[in-house]
Design a protein around this ligand. Structure first.
Ligand code: TMP
Length: 216
């Protein structure tokens, strides 16, 4: 099942998903001054909930959790993100455009590396697929170079792991496509202001962007 009006950004660490979300938001606001656009909700996983805070502690290495525990926390955080009141599902069905920086595919990719395919698949199979997914593709060496000056290095931010992340995204994307999600692979090595144009070109063709607000 595909959730209409739900868009997801995915990619390895340093691929620029967070930067692009902000640039798209600015682009959207500018465009909305000239024509009627739906309401936009930009969001991310892990979320800023208490479960998300626990996940962030584990990502920073402040607490140590088993890979399986982390997989379950990501799924619990997602359950709330999607199905809580005013969450992704509610907003999409009332005609808002929701763009999330990461979603279930991140779990299949990242937790799949650490605890095998079975558990992430089981924990995530009930989550509906997005209408549109952007995969920000970039050489892991370049991506990690972009984030090497950050004050805290997170547990997945090393080269061997990121090489596997990129391979797994490429292997798993066709599966998502079979669920009905439209997949757009973006060359994320380009300058951010160029990448956002590539993203916008696709986003502006979504039915909700053409029809304006209203649930479909
Ligand atoms: P980010 O905020 O920089 O995107 O970092 C989130 C990190 O968490 C990133 O390394 C990807 C990872 N992650 C998972 O391992 N599984 C998940 O389900 C999600 C949403 C993120």
């Amino acid at each position: 099942m595909v959730v209409n009006n739900f868009v997801v950004f995915e990619g390895g660490d340093g691929s620029g998903t967070t930067t692009q979300l902000e640039l798209v938001r600015q682009r959207f606001e500018k465009e909305a001054r000239e024509r009627t656009l739906p309401l936009l909700w930009t969001t991310c996983e892990p979320t800023d909930s208490v479960i998300g805070a626990l996940i962030h502690s584990a990502l920073r290495g402040s607490i140590t959790l088993r890979a399986e525990t982390l997989a379950r926390l990501f799924a619990a955080d997602r359950e709330e993100h999607l199905f809580a009141e005013n969450g992704v599902k509610d907003r999409c069905s009332r005609g808002e455009l929701v763009i999330s920086d990461r979603y279930a595919l991140s779990s299949l990719v990242y937790q799949g590396i650490d605890c095998g395919d079975a558990l992430p698949k089981l924990l995530n199979e009930a989550f509906p697929a997005p209408e549109l997914l952007f995969f920000f593709d970039i050489e892991p060496e370049i991506a990690l170079g972009r984030i090497e000056n950050r004050p805290v290095r997170e547990i997945f931010e090393y080269l061997d792991f990121q090489v596997k992340v990129r391979e797994r995204y490429k292997a798993l994307l066709p599966w998502y496509e079979e669920q009905g999600t439209v997949i757009i692979t973006v060359d994320a090595a380009k300058m951010p202001n160029v990448v956002v144009e590539d993203v916008w070109k696709e986003l502006k063709n979504l039915p909700i962007m053409i029809k304006g607000s209203g649930a479909f």
